[in-house]
Design a protein around this ligand. Structure first.
Ligand code: ZN
Length: 338
C-alpha cells in the first residue's frame, strides 16, 4: 500500500501520540499495524528545504535544495516535485521541477529545483511552495530585492521593422520549436557553474532587463524587455560555450539568425544569437570555452554583435548572476538544510 503525504496523515500521527496511553489508542495502533505493517506506522517527515540566495533580485536564479527524510517514504516515487514562487500578493510568478542530484561519495540524496525571479517582479516578501501530486508539502520564505533597469529606444530601419512586425507562420513555428526545448527539465547535470563570459570583450551595448522601445520606420513604437546581454564585437569574433553542456539547438532562425542553445543543467540553458557561422552540431557535448561559432549580424540585428542569453525553467535570467557564483552549490545547500 502506498502512503501519501498529506495533512490528514499528519493529523492521525498527532492524535496517535497524544493518546498513546489510552486503550483506545492501543486499539487504533493495532488496526494501523495490521493494515500497514508495523514499520510503516511512522508518519511522513516534513521535507527540509534550503535556498540560495535568500534575497534575490529580479532576473536572478534561486536554487532550492530539499531532503525528504528517511528514504522519502510516503511520497510517490513516480511523481515529480514542483517548486512555485509566490509573491506577496499570492500570485504564482515562476515555477520549476525538481531533479535528483547525483551525489559522489555518500548516501546523502538531494533534490534540487532552480527557478528565476521574473525581471518584472516587484520587491517584497515572497515564498517558494513545494508541491507533490497537487498538494503543498513544504514552504520556504525569501525576500525579493529592489532593482532598477535601464531604458533605451532603438530605431529600426525598413528591413528590421518588417522582420520584427511581419506576421509569418514560419516565425511562429520557430518560436514553438525553441520554446519546446527551453521548457524541458531533463535529468543531466553537465556543470554546477560558475559560468564564464562567451567572448573576451567586455564591451556591452545592451544589458539584461533593459526596457526597450523599438521605433519603426513609420514612427510607431513597440515595447519589449531585453532578455540577455549584447556584446558589441566585430563580425568573426570567436564565441565560446559559457560552461559544460550539450548542444540542443544549432540552426538558423528568422529573428535570431544563426542560433546555438546549450543545456547545462535540468531546465538551465544558454543561448547565442546572430552568429555569422555555427561550428557545432546538435547533440555534441561541449566543454567550457569550446568554440561554438563566430559572431555576426544574422537575423534581427542593427549591427554585428553577440546576444547571449540564459534561460532557467523558461524564464529570462541575468547572465551576470551565473558569472559571479556557482548556480548549484550542493555543499552549501546541504549545510543550510542540516
Ligand atoms: Zn540582444
Amino acid at each position: 500500500m502506498r502512503m501519501c503525504y498529506d495533512q490528514s496523515m499528519r493529523r492521525i500521527s498527532t492524535r496517535t501520540k497524544a493518546a498513546r496511553l489510552s486503550i483506545r489508542a492501543l486499539a487504533l495502533t493495532a488496526i494501523f499495524t495490521a493494515a500497514l505493517g508495523a514499520p510503516r506506522l511512522v508518519a511522513q517527515e516534513p521535507v527540509k528545504l534550503a535556498l540560495i540566495p535568500d534575497r534575490p533580485r529580479p532576473g536572478e536564479p534561486v536554487t532550492l535544495g530539499m531532503t525528504l527524510g528517511p528514504d522519502g517514504v510516503g511520497y510517490n516515487p513516480k511523481a515529480r516535485f514542483q517548486a512555485v514562487l509566490i509573491n506577496a500578493q499570492g500570485t504564482r510568478i515562476a515555477k520549476a521541477m525538481f531533479f535528483d542530484l547525483p551525489m559522489d561519495t555518500d548516501t546523502r540524496s538531494l533534490k534540487v529545483a532552480i527557478l528565476t525571479v521574473p525581471c518584472t517582479a516587484q520587491a517584497g516578501t515572497a515564498r517558494i511552495q513545494v508541491e507533490h501530486e497537487g498538494k503543498r508539502v513544504g514552504t520556504i520564505g525569501l525576500a525579493i530585492e529592489n532593482r532598477a533597469f535601464v531604458s533605451e529606444e532603438i530605431p529600426l530601419d525598413k528591413a528590421n521593422t518588417e522582420l520584427r512586425r511581419d506576421e509569418d507562420p514560419q516565425k511562429t513555428a520557430e518560436s514553438l520549436v525553441l520554446w519546446d526545448i527551453l521548457s524541458r527539465t531533463g535529468t543531466s547535470v553537465y556543470t554546477t557553474g560558475p559560468f564564464s563570459a562567451p567572448v573576451a570583450s567586455t564591451r556591452r551595448t545592451s544589458f539584461f532587463g533593459d526596457r526597450r522601445v523599438f521605433r519603426y520606420v513609420d514612427g510607431s513604437k513597440a515595447a519589449s524587455i531585453h532578455a540577455g546581454i549584447d556584446y558589441g564585437v566585430p563580425r568573426g569574433t570567436e564565441v565560446r560555450a559559457c560552461a559544460e553542456g550539450k548542444v540542443v539547438f544549432a540552426r538558423s532562425r528568422i529573428v535570431t539568425g544563426n542560433s546555438v542553445v546549450i543545456e547545462h543543467l535540468p531546465g538551465v540553458y544558454s543561448l547565442y544569437y546572430h552568429l555569422d557561422r555555427i561550428s557545432v552540431s546538435e547533440g555534441a557535448l561541449v566543454s567550457r570555452s569550446t568554440v561554438l561559432g563566430q559572431s555576426g549580424a544574422t537575423g534581427l540585428a542593427t549591427g554585428p554583435h553577440l546576444h547571449w542569453e540564459i534561460r532557467v525553467a523558461g524564464e529570462n535570467t541575468d547572465p551576470d548572476a551565473l558569472l559571479s557564483r556557482p548556480i548549484l552549490d550542493k555543499d552549501r545547500l546541504f549545510d543550510k538544510i542540516e
